[in-house]
Design a binder for this molecule. Structure first.
Ligand SMILES: Cc1cc2nc3c(=O)[nH]c(=O)nc-3n(C[C@H](O)[C@H](O)[C@H](O)COP(=O)(O)OP(=O)(O)OC[C@H]3O[C@@H](n4cnc5c(N)ncnc54)[C@H](O)[C@@H]3O)c2cc1C
Length: 389
């Protein structure tokens, strides 16, 4: 469906599709099975501008907009969700926050190498004892006696690209006694080559196995005060604003994997015969096809709406939390629904590693969990609708 898309958007989408089909899809299974980080692909994506799509060219990016971002994300995810996760964190969780809240100097120094794909960025909010309830984080940043640096101590978990990241945006408590608790959080720009930064246990995962995930540990890490992002105490607001942008990317990723599973199912329903006829002639299979297609197209509309809301907010300075949460909620639950139905339509072959269907099913699940679970998206939408804080 090309509704709303200009020729330029179609060109961007087709270029991403062509790259993903030629260079990602053929090796996706290899990276899933080995769990290796797909560094050669990530470097190529950097050359093509896919690691900083909305970043202005002055800071090493492709200078495009939010619609271009979701179109490209969908195509990369169709070929491999794990690769699209690496792309999503780099674009949204890392670059977007610095572009929105950083000083000119921070944008130049911290965004340029990451948006151009020469280096890899990560985002560290979650901790072993603090996930959905991020305000309860324990990682501590204490200002030095001379006020020139913060000393950071703590442990962050589930950090996407953590094993290979050159830089990350970190959230830590600068004022642990503040009430409400989220007011005492600040954001920091971290160079992973400095002493005191330690990479911890790598997580063995159900899906998106090629997107490396690990704990990162801070042991008396000295962060210069000029590497504080935004004002001290603004960290929670920064983290949540960045997640609004991130959620639109995850929604587009969900759409991509749903489409891949749907296309394979449609083909299988046409080819596979049972009881002397193609299984697509059975009403129960047709019902699945109809529900899959309808949910996919409804997801697409919510994603485009959220991308347009993000573009409008860039001009007006407003938020687009509800649009982003609705797009992520619906598209991720659609990805899970569609990949589940795809396994069923493929019967035994849906359960076999000979086809990518089981990988789609394993990969889709994460979209309902990270960057806010489905329960948290429902909470965001309902609270915004009810006018609650
Ligand atoms: C593969 C992977 C990659 C990730 N990458 C990153 C990353 O790069 N950076 C980062 O900072 N984090 C990352 N995360 C962490 C992720 O964002 C968290 O796992 C997620 O936010 C949920 O937190 P939790 O796991 O602590 O679950 P919990 O918060 O403990 O939630 C457990 C369950 O309780 C439910 N729940 C919690 N609160 C409520 C409530 N108020 N109402 C109703 N239900 C509720 C949740 O929805 C969930 O079902 C990643 C996670 C995974 C699995």
């Amino acid at each position: 469906m090309d509704l709303y898309l200009s020729d330029e958007y179609i060109m961007i989408r087709d270029a991403a599709r062509d790259f993903a089909t030629r260079e990602i899809a053929p090796v996706a299974e290899h990276y899933d099975q080995t769990g290796e980080f797909p560094m050669p692909i990530v470097k190529r994506m950097g050359e093509l501008g896919l690691m900083g799509i909305e970043v202005p060219e002055d800071y090493g990016g492709a200078g495009m907009d939010a619609v271009a971002y979701v179109l490209a994300m969908e195509e990369i995810a169709k070929a491999d969700v794990a690769t699209s996760t690496i792309m999503s964190v780099n674009n949204s969780l890392y670059c977007h926050g610095i572009l929105t809240f950083g000083s000119e100097e921070q944008k130049k120094t911290w965004v340029t190498p990451i948006a151009s794909g020469r280096q890899i960025g990560a985002y560290a909010l979650t901790e072993p004892m603090s996930g959905s309830d991020a305000g309860t984080m324990r990682t501590r940043a204490e200002l030095s006696a001379d006020g020139s640096y913060y000393v950071i101590d703590g442990r962050k978990s589930w950090i996407t690209s953590g094993p290979v990241a050159d830089r990350l945006v970190l959230f830590a408590k600068t004022d642990p006694d503040t009430n409400p608790k989220h007011k005492g959080i600040s954001a920091f720009l971290i160079d992973t080559r400095l002493p005191g930064f330690v990479r911890g246990k790598v997580e063995p995962k159900l899906g998106i196995r090629a997107s490396a995930t690990c704990e990162v540990i801070f042991e008396e890490y000295k962060c210069p005060v000029e590497n504080c992002l935004g004002k001290p105490g603004d960290g929670f607001r920064i983290a949540m604003t960045v997640l609004d942008a991130g959620r639109i990317g995850i929604a587009a990723q969900s759409l991509g994997v749903a489409e891949a599973a749907y296309a394979a199912s449609l083909e299988y329903a046409r080819q596979r015969e049972a009881f002397g006829q193609p299984i697509g002639s059975f009403q129960m299979i047709q019902q699945k096809i109809a529900d899959m297609k309808t949910r996919i197209e409804a997801s697409r509309l919510l994603i485009y709406q959220a991308a347009l809301a993000k573009m409008a907010a860039k001009k007006s300075g407003g938020r687009y939390s509800t649009e982003a949460a609705m797009a992520k909620l619906f598209a991720s639950e659609t990805a899970m629904f569609v990949t589940h139905q795809a396994v069923q339509i493929h019967g035994g072959m849906g359960y076999s590693k000979e086809l990518p269907i089981e990988r789609y099913f394993r990969d889709a699940k994460i979209t309902e969990i990270y960057e806010g679970t489905s329960e948290i998206q429902r909470m965001v939408i309902a609270r915004n609708e009810l006018g609650l804080r």
